[in-house]
Design a protein around this ligand. Structure first.
Ligand SMILES: [Zn+2]
Length: 263
């Protein structure tokens, strides 16, 4: 009779070890397994959450005149509103960023890359590049190939919780401060540096978004997606639903132009 108990203990130990290993080695956006997921583009239109209503928005994060950040795919908008209904009374989501054009993505990557280079001058190019990819996706991969940055698909959102007055609740680090988290220890969803109260709010957000099908990036508690490559990899799908959304011209450099991401 002792043998099955011993076996059960061994299996439970093994599962514990495996889940610890999975947690200790986060899957990056630039992981080759993620980059190799095929995309079968659904050409689903984007919705402007400013027009749809029901969610707290902004202010626009990286560039004050970025007029695109409230755009997300139709399914993403619907799921986000479904998830919000699952939040406890007095809490709501605030969208930090949805769609991001490739030109803005490149600017953000270059800025953070320069910061990492300054911080770690002894590292070689590859080490600096990979450290940058812990928190921001490149437009061009290390091997020179073109990437599909998650925010360029309109299927990815950066999001956090606010109270009924619109004030952010404590979650460890605000998404706007991500560049200060150079070793990404606070941004990790299961960061060991956050307080029990901060962990509590992260858990609330996690439950609501996971329950409607979103997937969390292993390195940023605020970054969630539905239908991009990372989602497909984590959900073990054979393809992703959404690739980069084209723009007719680059309105971020010319904010006066009426040009939205669209199909
Ligand atoms: Zn993000």
């Amino acid at each position: 009779m002792k043998r099955p108990i011993f076996l059960l203990s061994l299996i439970s130990l093994l599962f514990g070890f495996l889940s610890f290993s999975a947690r200790s080695s986060p899957v990056l956006i630039t992981d080759q397994r993620v980059l190799s997921v095929p995309i079968v583009e659904k050409k689903e239109p984007l919705i402007d959450l400013r027009e749809k209503g029901g969610l707290a928005l902004g202010p626009s994060p990286e560039i004050p005149n970025n007029t695109d950040y409230t755009f997300v795919r139709k399914s993403v908008a619907e799921k986000l509103l479904q998830a919000q209904k699952k939040l406890p009374h007095g809490l709501q989501f605030k969208l930090y960023e949805g769609y991001r054009s490739l030109s803005l993505q490149k600017k953000i990557f270059d800025t953070f890359f320069a910061k990492i280079q300054k911080e770690h001058p002894s590292w070689n190019y590859k080490q600096q590049f990979l450290a940058t990819t812990h928190l921001v996706s490149p437009v061009i991969n290390l091997d020179g190939s073109h990437n599909v940055p998650p925010h360029s698909t309109g299927a990815t959102i950066d999001i956090y919780l606010v109270d009924e007055k619109g004030k952010p609740v404590p979650m460890g680090i605000h998404p706007k401060d991500w560049m200060k988290d150079l070793d990404d220890s606070l941004s990790l969803p299961h960061s060991k540096k956050i307080s029990p109260q901060e962990r509590h709010y992260r858990t609330i957000m996690d439950r609501a978004l996971s329950s409607v099908g979103f997937v969390n990036l292993d390195t940023e508690y605020w970054h969630w997606s539905f239908g991009d490559r990372y989602w497909a990899f984590k959900k073990k799908k054979d393809h992703a639903l959404y690739g980069t959304v084209p723009k007719k011209s680059n309105s971020l450099e010319n904010p006066g132009e009426k040009d939205s991401p669209c199909y």
